[in-house]
Design a protein around this ligand. Structure first.
Ligand code: PHE
Length: 345
């Protein structure tokens, strides 16, 4: 029995040493040390031994098992290390290979200008309000002091969907909606960016769809000087500190008095050139003090509250700022055009 155990030990150790991978090693472990393995098998014969010999053989059995186990473990360690090394070798990365260039995109110039204008007003405490592009005639016209049949409706040729629904012709309906929601309580300080639609023939300066950004401030004691100061800050931040503004009297049904704002021409410095059509000034936006009728229709007490509003076209602002000569460039998305405006950070 002793011999048998010893020879099993030698046999197992030989096999272990020859094992070339972890799978093979595991098979040897199961074969020799498992419950059905030869060592267990031999030890089952212990019952036939004398009481004296039994503990000796028991101890030997344990010794043989222990010896096999020990060799197994150290071999396992070696094989595991080898496997890691092999894997590392197989998966080596050549870090000297040149990388593939990643092309970064940039924001559309119109998006950039809208965000720039939004940030400027957010910095002055405004929040952004939005409204539907398919608008009720009521909000687009009536609530803005443009009753049905009012001749000023012709200023904005419209796409009607039904008698009462149209594609909004300006972002001013958002001002009417916001005022309605406020239920006669100020203050309101919003800007409303969005798409608008007019029945225009597309050319270098007209488009049937374009963008507007409208601003509205309502509170007690809001005066024309507040409007002028706000517009001045906007113009200087947008076009440069050296630019002057000028307000010309104008007409909008929803504001009284109404003005149009011009900025001094950067190209000729005010002397007159073909960009400013010889006047030294460039028209930027329309504005005015909110008409009392508009305030009252939206449920505001026009004796207590006053306000101002302004509306501008970001395409026009971008065209002036970047020297773009055709509004259609914004919508045709020629990559040579849209990638000219800087890579985004
Ligand atoms: N909504 C006007 C337009 O589209 C612009 C404007 C807005 C004028 C607010 C005055 C006040 O022409």
């Amino acid at each position: 029995m002793e011999d048998k155990l010893r020879s099993l030990q030698t046999e197992a150790i030989e096999k272990i040493e020859k094992a070339s991978d972890l799978k093979e090693l595991n098979e040897i472990r199961v074969a020799y040390l498992g419950k059905k393995g030869p060592v267990t098998e031999v030890l089952k014969g212990m019952g036939k031994l004398s009481a004296e010999e039994r503990p000796k053989m028991g101890a030997l059995g344990n010794e043989v098992r222990g010896a096999i186990q020990e060799v197994l473990e150290s071999k396992q360690e070696i094989l595991e290390k080898e496997a890691v090394l092999k894997k590392l070798e197989k998966e080596t990365i050549d870090v000297t290979l040149p990388g593939r260039p990643v092309r970064t995109g940039n924001k559309h110039p119109l998006t950039k200008i809208v965000e720039e204008i939004e940030d400027l007003f957010i910095g002055m405490g405004y929040t952004i309000a939005e409204g539907p592009e398919v608008e009720k005639d009521y909000y687009n016209f009536e609530a803005l002091n443009l009753p049905k049949g009012h001749p000023a409706r012709d200023m904005q040729d419209s796409f009607y969907i039904t008698e009462e629904l149209l594609l909004r012709t300006h972002t001013s309906p958002v001002q009417a909606r916001t005022m309605n929601k406020a239920e006669g309580k100020g203050p309101i300080k919003i800007i409303c960016p969005g798409k608008v639609y007019r029945r225009d023939n597309d050319d270098a300066t007209h488009s049937h769809q374009f963008m507007q950004i409208e601003g509205l401030v309502i509170d007690e004691n809001i005066r024309m000087s507040d409007l002028k100061g706000t517009l001045q800050i906007f113009a200087k931040k947008m076009f440069g500190e050296e630019r002057e503004i000028r307000l010309r009297p104008s007409f909008f049904p929803f504001t009284e008095p109404s003005v149009e704002m011009d900025i001094s021409c950067k190209i000729c410095g005010g002397k007159g050139c073909n960009v400013c059509k010889g006047t030294g000034w460039i028209e930027i936006l329309g504005a005015g003090m909110v008409h009392p009728n508009v305030l009252e229709m939206a449920g505001f007490d026009s004796k207590k509250y006053t306000g101002f509003a302004f509306g501008m076209g970001p395409e026009r602002i971008a065209m002036l700022k970047y020297g773009i000569d055709d509004i259609r460039h914004f919508y045709t998305n020629d990559v040579r055009f849209v990638t000219q405006f800087g890579v985004e950070e």
